[in-house]
Design a protein around this ligand. Structure first.
Ligand SMILES: *Cc1c(COP(=O)(O)O)cnc(C)c1O
Length: 396
């Protein structure tokens, strides 16, 4: 199909829930993608922080192809070698003891919320309160959109599941006032992603941990966006030095294959009894081959330390741009390769201006330019992105 045919056909048949850019992507290599007109872009969105190894990573492609030829799917009625290997490796790199694999971020968080409810109500039927943060994002299923502390995601879906309450992020007093022993879980993103790349003060998460311990509430870190190397550690909880009871992950873990899940310490391994949770697809061999390849490549290629180095470099270059245009840019925030630039006016034009010059960026909450490139982006590409953004902000 020709480009316009593709767009028209998609517009006719696909449910119109997405605001799309008029770009038809065809293939990629490293941090670069090409559209059907052969135009090349440096991708600072990476499928929304998903394509951690970029595009066409030889090791990942080979692992998926080989697994596809052997066994794409069986069910969790059987063991597979690749699922055992992926589970072990995931636990090793995440510092957790047990893992459950599902297929998306929302599903990962659903599982975590269910486990927390079971944990709480096993102790006391009234121990069901779940506290999350304002401006958080946890997904679009009924429970996870309820957990999401942004009312516009909830409009029209009432009645919502009960027992969810919200506090201001990075405000320990607000949490302190609302905590009691009826709380079964506090769920937070250690750095808020969709909400505008908000990094909390250095001691906030430790204080949240202490409050959870005091009231025997589980601390859930939603690391769906921050996990798997994105912030220059395997998980952001390691940078924060605050360990959650439940760690949820998705986006980057499968390097582009849809995988999510949650991980827990051994002490929570028996909260769910056989039959309490599950899924047909989660942990399937094809997905596990991609998880195993992605995590192995991150290890073998030293990608975590490259993210630290390149992330620091990228952010410092963007801070120079912010100093140049103080009337346009309020702040540059982030850690590793999740960086937000908050602008003084609505920033949607930035997306198109950057696209015209061959760079894919994203804007979240209307005025935060979000950069979440593949973890393998090179310094040379970062330099190109920075010079384009410099020109874009001059025009903006
Ligand atoms: C993207 C995201 C989700 C939802 O993941 P889906 O795979 O879209 O369901 C949940 N939490 C956070 C922090 C996210 O960034």
């Amino acid at each position: 199909m020709e480009r316009q045919d593709i767009i028209d056909t998609a517009e006719k048949y696909y449910l119109p829930v997405f605001k799309r850019l008029p770009l038809v992507l065809d293939h990629g290599q490293g941090a670069h993608v090409w559209d059907t007109n052969g135009r090349e872009y440096i991708d600072c969105l990476a499928g929304i922080a998903v394509n951690s190894l970029g595009y066409n990573h030889h090791f990942q492609v080979k692992a998926i192809a080989e697994q596809a030829a052997k066994l794409i799917h069986c069910s969790n009625f059987f063991y597979t070698d690749i699922q055992a290997k992926a589970a072990k490796l995931f636990c090793e790199v995440s510092g957790m003891d047990r893992v459950f694999f599902a297929n998306s971020g929302a599903e990962a968080n659903e599982g975590a919320l269910k486990l927390a409810r079971k944990y709480g109500t096993n102790k006391n039927p009234d121990k069901f309160r779940i506290i999350t943060a304002k401006m958080s994002f946890h997904g679009r299923t009924m429970a996870t959109l309820t957990a999401t502390g942004q009312p516009h995601y909830q409009e029209g879906y009432a009645p919502l599941p009960q027992g969810y309450e919200y506090v201001e992020f990075d405000n320990i007093n607000a949490l302190e006032q609302i905590m009691d022993d009826k709380v079964c879980a506090v769920m937070l993103e250690p750095i808020q992603g969709e909400g505008g790349v908000h990094v909390p003060h250095h001691d906030y998460l430790a204080k949240v941990r202490a409050l959870c311990d005091k009231f025997d509430a589980l601390l859930i870190f939603d690391e769906i966006q921050t996990g798997v190397g994105r912030t220059g550690a395997w998980f952001e909880y390691m940078n924060a030095k605050v360990k959650p009871d439940i760690l949820t992950f998705a986006k980057g873990v499968g390097g582009g294959i849809p995988v999510g899940g949650f991980a827990i310490p051994e002490k929570l391994a028996n909260v769910f009894k056989p039959g309490d949770h599950g899924g047909t697809f989660g942990g399937n061999p094809l997905a596990m081959a991609s998880v195993y390849a992605t995590l192995s490549a991150i290890q073998a290629e030293g990608i975590i330390s490259k993210v630290q180095e390149n992330g620091f470099y990228f952010k410092s270059k963007l801070e120079e741009i912010a100093l140049k245009y103080p009337e346009k840019i309020l702040e540059v925030r982030g850690r590793g390769l999740i960086i937000g630039m908050e602008t003084t006016k609505p920033a949607t034009d930035i997306v198109n201006l950057a696209l015209e010059q061959g760079i894919i960026v994203n804007v979240t909450v209307g005025n935060v330019v979000r950069l979440v490139p593949p973890l393998v982006i090179t310094k040379a590409d970062i330099d190109k992105v920075v010079s384009v953004l410099d020109r874009v902000f001059a025009q903006f």
